[in-house]
Write a protein that binds this ligand. Structure first.
Ligand SMILES: [Zn+2]
Length: 317
């Protein structure tokens, strides 16, 4: 098995597909798939399963990779379909090895915990090579998110990519919090977008379709493949921080009953959901802190104190 720190796609044969496993110092290995174009060109890096309970992107990468013809490509696709194998095997958002949320661990450390080594190795040996970066997320087991492309609204390269991605919801963020794959990309001036999707621990066919279309559209947009992206009408243009660390949060444990649906418009003070105890009696109510649209819902109903339950977004004016 190859060492991730020595990964060099320029040594791989052109006009061919390469499926490799790359090993970190901690002993963990990650799959790295390279569709090496017939001639030189931009490099699209795609990752999925940063959170171990998000599976749509895994399937989208496998299927897209199978369908690509590298002899028709000018440039490369480098894809990591399962970036967090320990969490993937455990079916958990965070790593069972060290409890870390990989999406709060970047840029990591070369000699740190397994998750820190993973973040460091991926960012420095793979992501740093990107002309453009796509990070495939979804709601995971516990959350529901819109099926969407998210981007950094200060980067016109990213907003242009979000327009052609082929998602009917796009969400521009004015601020990018540290610790993410995409914060590393921003620091390196690499444009990026990420996805969200329904989640729920399964792969909804519409979300798989959106992600596959998105990868292909980016390859077309970057000129790695020849042709025009397959656009879809954009129904919602959202704005707001979209940070799942700040939203309506439970202050105690209980059973959550939602009163709202995804992308529903709500008024300040409107009831979003209630938390009940074992007898079904309400112990907490959650209300919209201001007018907005529902951008995240906790769907897994068993809740502990400090769990995020709802997040608002706003339509671009
Ligand atoms: Zn995620």
């Amino acid at each position: 098995m190859a060492k991730l720190s020595e990964f060099d796609p320029s040594l791989l044969r052109r006009g061919a597909k390469h499926r490799t496993m790359q090993t970190l110092d901690c002993g963990m290995s990650i799959p790295v798939l390279v569709a090496r174009g017939a001639v030189d060109g931009p490099v699209l890096v795609v990752s999925a399963n940063v959170h171990g309970d998000e599976y749509e992107g895994v399937r989208a990468v496998y299927e897209t990779f199978d369908e690509l013809d590298p002899t028709q490509m000018a440039g490369d696709l480098i894809a990591v379909p399962v970036l967090n194998p320990p969490a993937f095997r455990a079916g958990t958002r965070t790593s069972p090895l060290d409890g870390a949320n990989l999406a709060r661990t970047f840029p990591g450390k070369p000699d740190g915990t397994p998750s820190e080594q993973l973040a460091w190795g991926f960012s420095h040996s793979i992501l740093a090579r990107a002309s453009f970066y796509l990070d495939l997320h979804s709601g995971g087991v516990k959350f529901r998110m819109p099926s969407m492309a998210g981007f950094y609204s200060a980067d016109p390269r990213a907003s242009a990519a979000a327009e052609i991605f082929g998602a009917s919801v796009i969400w521009g963020h004015p601020v990018i919090a540290p610790g993410r794959t995409v914060s590393f990309a921003t620091d390196r001036n690499i444009p990026w977008i990420y996805t969200e999707a329904r989640g729920a621990g399964r792969v909804h066919p519409d979300d798989l379709k959106m992600m596959k279309r998105g990868i292909r559209n980016l390859l077309l947009h970057l000129g790695i493949l020849k042709g025009e992206p397959e656009r879809v009408p954009i129904e919602f243009r959202l704005t707001g921080e979209g940070n799942t660390d700040v939203g309506s949060t439970a202050t105690q444990s209980g059973f959550l009953i939602n009163r709202v649906s995804m992308l529903q418009k709500v008024k300040a003070g409107e009831l979003l959901g209630v938390l009940v105890d074992l007898m079904g009696e309400t112990i907490e109510e959650y209300r919209a802190p201001q007018d907005g649209l529902i951008g995240l819902i906790r769907e897994f109903p068993i809740v502990e104190a400090n769990d995020v339950l709802y997040l608002l977004a706003w339509e671009e004016q």
